[in-house]
Design a protein around this ligand. Structure first.
Ligand code: ADP
Ligand code: MG
Length: 220
């Protein structure tokens, strides 16, 4: 098992307001699996994904990732795990507008001080893999939504993570771009990557090996 979450509880606290959004969530993901998380808006899917992605460590319960007890890890350990093991894809792409596609993809490698030539080579290979060989010097506003998301996928892959987490990656895309993104995710899964995707699209739910459905912070 690459992911084991055991009795996760999460409550958002804003002043005197408290909202429990995850209630005793437990599930497992096998290495190489393609898992879809579905469920209506506000049911706690993104909250769960942020925990899985080590973006949030304010919760109760246990989270084991590739044998590491994430729920006991320090901030420094979490950021290292995030960089090495996880590729995160967001609905809103989260690209830096002033940087070209190539520079966006390279950025995580700049932070880890990889030499320039090696960075270029790796980023170019990944952009080619997502079908953007001829768009490497374009900025995000010169790309379509689907192309932006493909840049974001290339960036998520740059440190060769074993797990891809995608939170509604096609939520802002037309159906043709959506198909392209799904094809890329399927290809990555065939290459051995573990994929956890949050989606409303029934057709992605069909492609996934397994579905779990959230409702009001619980798995139904
Ligand atoms: P989903 O991704 O399934 O739409 P979310 O995990 O984003 O659901 O949100 C679950 C619930 O938690 C919602 O009621 C949302 O308003 C609330 N919520 C999300 N983020 C925060 C936050 N940072 N502070 C307080 N409440 C939040
Ligand atoms: Mg969400």
């Amino acid at each position: 098992m690459i992911i084991i979450v055991d009795k996760i509880n999460k409550t958002y606290k804003n002043g005197s307001l408290e909202l429990q959004v995850l209630k005793n969530i437990s599930f497992k993901v096998e290495k190489g699996e393609f898992l879809a998380i579905m469920g209506s808006s506000g049911s706690g899917k993104s909250t769960m994904m942020n925990i899985l992605g080590c973006l949030d460590n304010q919760y109760e319960g246990r989270y084991m990732l590739d044998g590491i007890d994430i729920s006991k890890s320090t901030e420094n350990e979490l950021s290292e795990i995030r960089n090495k093991k996880i590729g995160f894809i967001f609905q809103s792409f989260n690209l830096l507008p002033r940087l070209t596609a190539l520079e966006n993809v390279e950025l995580p490698l700049v932070y880890s001080s990889v030499p320039k030539e090696e960075r270029h080579k790796r980023a170019n290979e990944l952009l080619e893999m997502v079908g953007l060989k001829d768009r490497t010097h374009h900025r995000p506003n010169e790309l379509s939504g689907g192309q932006r998301q493909r840049v974001a996928i290339a960036r998520a892959l740059v440190n060769n993570p074993s797990i891809i987490l995608a939170d509604e990656p096609t939520g802002n895309l037309d159906s043709k771009s959506e198909e392209e993104i799904i094809e890329i995710l399927q290809k990555l899964n065939k290459m051995g990557k573990t994929i956890v995707i949050v989606t409303h699209e029934p057709n992605i739910g069909e492609i996934a090996q397994r579905k779990i459905v959230f409702k009001d912070g619980e798995i139904i």
